[in-house]
Design a protein around this ligand. Sequence first.
Ligand SMILES: [Zn+2]
Length: 132
Amino acid sequence: MSGEEVYRTAFGVVPVWVTASPHLTHADRSVYVALCQFADRNTDSPWPNLAYPFHRTIEARAHVSENTRKASLRRLRAMGAVKVVSQQNPMTGGWKANHYFVPLDPPDVCPICKDNSCRPSGTGFPTGWGST
Ligand SMILES: [Zn+2]
């Protein structure tokens, strides 16, 4: 698939529990959306919900600097939205591109506020969000 084809047709599944979180900055959301565009959402895949873009690819897609990408990934990891798996090449000892596990479901308890006060209760979301 050419770059032009990817630009016109690619998309990502982006869970609302992450994008609606008050714990994140706008840059964090951009980094998260970029990761979701690479995540394999095919449940039949041997690697469901895994993405492995290069750092510079995430930065380009999200329009953020290296420092912002790193800070955003720290916050996304802290809230359980992303798990990073670093891989070392056994032949060279060098580090390969990170693998990012981007789960669709939120953790049972928000690891940041610990009491889920960040989550909407009852009809917390305006109508038209998510369910029909
Ligand atoms: Zn929270």
